[in-house]
Write a protein of this length. Structure first.
Length: 202
């Protein structure tokens, strides 16, 4: 019996697994309402198929390259190349970040903004001016004032609008409350006129 041993050439094709380009962590902002966050793979629906899972549970309706959600938790995306059937998976975390304005305290020469939430430090804004890291404002006009606060994750509170008018009550009865009228508002310039009346309008 004659056996032939030879070397025969062939092509070896190695297909790469899909390269998923997803962030390791996403922030879901909550200020009383959720701001939707979009998870993106960096791939196309044309060449790849997708499955998404939340905390290990398949999301049957989510079959696109991206997923928009208002739910926190651990997400996993499984991607398959439609031509080669090579597949890969990646996980990411969606963390909730809260920010609220609880109250605005208007004093005669300053304003104190009380905020709560997560992800310190907080930054404060009055009338869409520059952000500051102090909760106190010393320069402000009269009228409707619009406040907002954001945290280190850039989550922004709902606007808090409060009307500010000068204190106009004097009760000089030596009880330590409103015994004196001090006109020291920081933005007040010239051309203001002060008229004092009794409770009877005299």
């Amino acid at each position: 019996m004659l056996c032939l041993i030879g070397i025969f050439p062939f092509d070896l094709i190695i297909n790469k697994n899909p390269a998923i380009n997803i962030e390791k962590e996403y922030t879901l902002c909550y200020n009383g309402d959720y701001t939707p966050v979009t998870l993106q793979t960096g791939l196309t629906d044309t060449n790849y198929s997708f499955q998404w899972l939340l905390n290990g549970t398949l999301l049957p309706s989510e079959t696109s390259t991206s997923l928009t959600t208002i739910q926190r938790g651990e997400y996993e995306v499984i991607t398959k190349n439609k031509i080669t059937n090579c597949q890969s998976s990646e996980k990411t975390i969606v963390k909730q970040s809260d920010i609220f304005i609880n109250n605005i305290d208007l004093q005669q020469n300053y304003i104190n903004v009380f905020a709560s939430g997560s992800d310190l430090p907080f930054f404060y804004n009055l009338n869409q001016s520059d952000w500051q890291n102090s909760q106190y404002f010393y320069d402000f006009p009269f009228g409707d004032l619009k406040f907002s606060v954001k945290n280190s994750k850039d989550c922004v509170s709902k606007d808090f609008i409060k009307n500010f008018l000068p204190f106009n009550l004097i009760t000089p009865n030596d009880d330590g409350k409103n015994d004196y009228f001090t006109f020291n508002y920081p933005i007040v310039k010239n051309n203001y006129e002060i008229t004092i009346f009794t409770k009877n309008g005299i």
